[in-house]
Design a protein around this ligand. Structure first.
Ligand SMILES: C[S@@+](CC[C@H](N)C(=O)[O-])C[C@H]1O[C@@H](n2cnc3c(N)ncnc32)[C@H](O)[C@@H]1O
Ligand code: SF4
Length: 535
């Protein structure tokens, strides 16, 4: 989709429990600490600036430059107004389409879609999710139900409200919001999309009968014991029964616009249970949304991320036939897009696993005469001063980062807390379109676990660039070297440091970032070969 076609800031408002606001999930900069006032926010500078950027048609250097949404979504949403939308609601929507088409940034319409994240509390403990840990670590603020309901005059102009958590069906404000919406006849005919683990959906079924349009997006990544291993404290029997009952109740009461989508995150522990899950989805007519597991702020999913580390697949004999069988089930049911999505996953994983077996991805040692130039280098107290502290949780009166005799101690209190350098320039060069940097960091304690701090390079869009190769050496301590290839579009970089959990830990005492004058590796058909000698 062309950048100019993106219409998110004309249509969607996202409100988060952290008193921050934005127009979509992909835009890296949120509007912070602003009172919850829909017209003031929607007609204010933050949203106007986003509209101005899109109307100008050039994302270069902005937070939209590398947007995945634009890359992967072919058509903008919100251009077709369904027939059931009438009156003031239709007028609002039509005017918003017109404002976007003409590139008008100062608009008098209101959002057509609201996305509300009410908090991060949860009743279960999924192995790949950091929400429960964030809640336990003190991130217990909630988006206020009462504030939202007080603004019903704007909500009623919208078509849909999307409610998410944490687990929205146990977050008090999310529940009060849904109850308030059900009690208000002006809000009853909106579409309510609820993103849930569905474990206590049964407690809401009768209450939802007051609503014409309810869509449940339930996260179920596998079946039976595989599901229960991933979604700790949940029950496969209960969630499947709850969703079947929801559909049955909708049928009995002729709720034609009630629906279910199953959200499936592909990960190591779920692969073998996929055929049973897919068969259940097909039997019940549930559509699916299938995506790969990813890392979250302050949580690397090293045990489950088979896409990053296909070596994990050796612990899952039968994974390939389970995925293939699931894809075939979709095919037989005529659900070709979902079948293709799973085929893609099989191809990606099988290729990576084969590369691993033949050693095609192993990298030869770097030549010594590459000519590395330092972009950043600091140790001890200087390093502490050069790391900006992004602290969202409690500020420790003694300082959350301190250099002491044993090293540099970092005490985060929220998973989002991190340290980062300023953005550093990254020089253009290289004929193959890639530039190489080397991130070297070191602890003087030889017993330290090199994974006790997570040190990465991030570009100006905050995209983390994974290393092609990582070496760990015992050299007067523990020294880690990551080699990272950067796409030509990257202009600046920063070094970010996080911890794998909320436990205080020592970060490296020395961090250095070098850029190569010559390419140390050459990438040939997705595998890395030793560099040819520099001319
Ligand atoms: C954080 S949950 C909140 C809503 C609700 N509790 C649920 O589980 O659906 C939103 C979505 O994020 C997904 N999710 C959580 N951790 C993830 C990870 N590490 N990688 C990919 N998706 C993840 C969940 O599966 C779910 O579909
Ligand atoms: S149910 Fe949702 S919020 Fe809760 S731990 Fe699982 S993915 Fe995270």
């Amino acid at each position: 989709m062309e950048f100019r076609s993106c219409n998110q800031p004309w249509f969607e408002m996202q409100l988060l429990h952290t008193s921050t606001y934005r127009a979509c999930c992909y835009y890296a900069k949120e509007l912070d600490n602003t009172p919850l006032d829909i017209p003031a926010i929607w007609h204010g500078e933050y949203f106007k600036n986003m509209r101005r950027l899109i109307a100008g048609g050039d994302p270069t250097g902005s937070h939209c430059e590398h947007c995945d949404y634009i890359k992967y979504v072919a058509e903008p949403r919100f251009l077709q107004i369904p027939n059931y939308v009438t009156g003031a609601r239709r007028k609002n929507w039509e005017r918003a389409i017109e404002f976007h088409r003409k590139g008008i940034v100062d608009i008098d319409t209101f959002p057509v879609k609201y996305y509300m994240q009410f908090g991060v509390a949860c009743n279960i403990r999924c192995i790949m999710c950091n929400h429960p840990e964030r809640y336990i670590g003190g991130e217990n603020m909630e988006l206020s139900a009462e504030s939202m309901l007080r603004m019903a005059e704007y909500l009623r102009l919208a078509d849909s409200v999307h409610v998410i958590g944490g687990e929205p069906l146990i977050i008090p404000n999310a529940v009060r919001f849904l109850e308030g919406a059900i009690a208000n006849k002006d809000l009853r005919d909106l579409q309510y999309n609820i993103y849930t683990n569905a474990l206590n959906l049964d407690e809401f079924l009768d209450r939802f009968l007051a609503l014409e349009r309810v869509h449940i997006t339930a996260s179920i990544d596998s079946s039976g014991s595989h599901y229960e291993h991933i979604r700790r404290r949940s029950s496969w029997t209960k969630v499947t029964q709850n969703l079947e009952r929801f559909v049955e109740l909708g049928r009995q009461h002729r709720r034609l616009q009630w629906g279910v989508t199953i959200s499936i995150a592909l990960m190591k522990s779920g692969l073998l249970g996929l055929p049973e899950l897919v068969a259940w989805c097909i039997d019940n007519g549930f559509l699916t949304n299938i995506f790969n597991i990813h890392d979250l702020d302050g949580m690397r999913n090293d045990e489950e991320h088979v896409f990053r580390n296909p070596a994990l697949l050796k612990d899952v004999p039968g994974w390939e036939s389970a995925l293939t069988q699931s894809s075939q089930l979709f095919s037989k049911a005529g659900r070709h897009d979902e079948a293709r999505r799973l085929e893609e996953a099989v191809t990606e994983l099988a290729t990576a696993a084969a590369d691993l077996r033949t050693g095609r991805k192993r990298i030869a040692p770097v030549r010594p005469d590459i000519g590395w130039k330092a972009v950043f280098s600091a140790s001890g107290e200087l390093l502490v001063r050069r790391l900006d502290q992004f602290l969202y949780g409690r500020k420790d009166p003694q300082g959350n980062v301190r250099a002491c005799s044993d090293g540099i101690l970092f005490r985060p209190t929220l998973a989002k807390d991190h340290l980062a350098t300023q953005f550093l320039p990254c020089h253009p060069r290289e004929s193959d379109g890639h530039r190489w940097v080397r991130l070297v960091y070191k602890w003087s304690d030889p017993t330290i676990d090199p994974e006790s701090a997570i040190v990465v390079v991030q570009d100006e869009q905050c995209v983390v660039h994974e290393p092609y190769s990582t070496e760990v050496r015992l050299r007067d301590g523990v020294e880690v070297t990551q080699y990272v290839a950067l796409p030509a579009s990257v202009q600046t970089l920063r070094i970010r440091v996080t911890l794998p959990s909320l436990k205080s830990a020592y970060i490296p005492e020395t961090i250095r970032l070098d850029q190569a004058a010559l390419s140390p590796f050459r990438i040939v058909q997705n595998s890395l070969r030793r560099a040819v000698a520099p001319a």
